[in-house]
Every structure is written in structure tokens, then in C-alpha cells.
Design a protein around this ligand. Structure first.
Ligand SMILES: [Zn+2]
Length: 212
């Protein structure tokens, strides 16, 4: 099927199916506005759609998706901070209780750092500078496990990048304030879509714990 026709057919199916089943929920969300309790930063990757893998209902999640689910640090300058704008809206307008950074295995963005082209050329205008946000995680992996395979390095880097984003979240004053007084909690999650595993970061044990 043509990929665009598949989407419009999908919408018609939604209208006659799930929308009809949840019409009351949608009407309430329109009349009273959305009040999600959780904001989530996920990768743009087509295989890890949060509403699919977490089986959410409309109104449950405020989602920001970008390459490699990264959070940039707070910056005063600049004009086009898409991820920061979404975080600001989630925290200050929607007043969410939780912020989740959802990393994932086989992330193309993370992998790109380990796969430099042999000719040294680079035709990326935006991805390379964007991924430099987690260069510290990349360098740590290269330094601590130089003989590991790219797959092993990428997996460790994917999880380390989640922790870098959690640290960067704390550089935003409104987030730091709300975490300090208990109004907001931060979470680091990691999904492996091949084994269908969910791993949640335990800050006490300092590792990702598999959810049974
Ligand atoms: Zn990804």
C-alpha cells in the first residue's frame, strides 16, 4: 500500500474505532484542556513510539521527540530551542509531575557517533552538532572500553546519554526548583525493542534495572 494512503486509511479506521470508543475522553480533553501528569522525551525513531510501547490513552503523555532523545543544557541566548520550549510548556504551563527521558537500543543518532565515514567526509549539517551534546558520554565509552564492539559501545553510550540529559534537565531553573521542592520527579528509562525490555535507572545503585 502507498505509505500516504496507509496513513489516511489509518485515520479513517481510528475515527470509526478508537475515537468512537473514547469519544467522551476526547470531548473532555477538548472542553477542559489537557492535564497530562507525565512529560516524556523520546527519540524520533519509528520503532519506539511511546504511545504504542507504553499503551497510553489520549491525555496521558506530553511528548517531545528528537534525534536520540537528547535534552540540551539551559541556554539564555538563541531563538529556536524546540526541545527547551516544549520542556518549558510541560513544566510551567501543564505543571507535569514527572519528566521521563526515554532512551532506546539501536539508536541511529548514537550509532552515528561511532560510525565515521571512511573518507572522513561528513554531509551532516545538523545531526553532528546536535549529537555533540552527548560527546562526553561518547568519549567516556571510547576511553573505558576501547576494544568493545560498536554494538556494545553504542548500548553503553545510549544509556549514558540518558544520564547526560537528566543532568541537563537540572540546568533549567524552573525544573531544578521543582525537583528541589518535590513537585517534579525525573526518570531515566531505556527500551530494547528487540528483546522488548524496559530498564529504569536506579540512582542509588547507579545502573539501569530491568522491569520484570
Ligand atoms: Zn534513537
Amino acid at each position: 500500500m502507498d505509505p500516504i494512503a496507509k496513513l489516511t486509511a489509518g485515520f479513517k479506521q481510528f475515527r470509526g474505532g478508537r475515537f468512537e470508543e473514547q469519544r467522551g475522553t476526547y470531548e473532555t480533553l477538548v472542553d477542559e484542556g489537557q492535564r497530562p501528569k507525565v512529560a516524556l522525551i523520546a527519540c524520533s525513531d519509528s520503532r519506539v513510539d511511546p504511545t504504542v510501547v507504553l499503551q497510553t490513552d489520549p491525555g496521558d503523555l506530553f511528548i517531545v521527540r528528537n534525534v536520540a532523545n537528547l535534552v540540551p543544557p539551559y541556554e539564555e541566548g538563541g531563538e529556536f530551542h524546540g526541545t527547551s520550549a516544549a520542556l518549558e510548556f510541560a513544566v510551567q504551563n501543564l505543571e507535569v509531575d514527572h519528566l521521563i527521558v526515554l532512551g532506546h537500543a539501536h539508536c541511529g543518532g548514537i550509532r552515528s557517533m561511532f560510525e565515521e565515514r571512511e573518507d572522513g567526509a561528513d554531509d551532516s549539517q545538523f545531526v553532528v552538532p546536535w549529537m555533540s551534546l552527548v560527546r562526553s558520554a561518547y568519549l567516556r565509552v571510547q576511553g573505558t572500553m576501547p576494544d568493545a564492539s560498536i554494538e556494545e559501545k553504542a548500548r553503553v553510550c545510549e544509556q549514558s546519554a540518558v544520564l547526560v540529559s537528566l543532568e541537563n534537565l537540572m540546568t533549567f531553573p524552573p525544573i531544578r526548583d521543582r525537583v528541589s521542592d518535590g513537585r517534579l520527579r525525573l526518570h531515566g528509562w531505556y527500551i530494547d525493542i528487540r528483546s522488548c525490555g524496559l530498564h529504569i535507572y536506579d540512582p542509588v545503585q547507579q545502573h539501569f534495572e530491568a522491569v520484570g
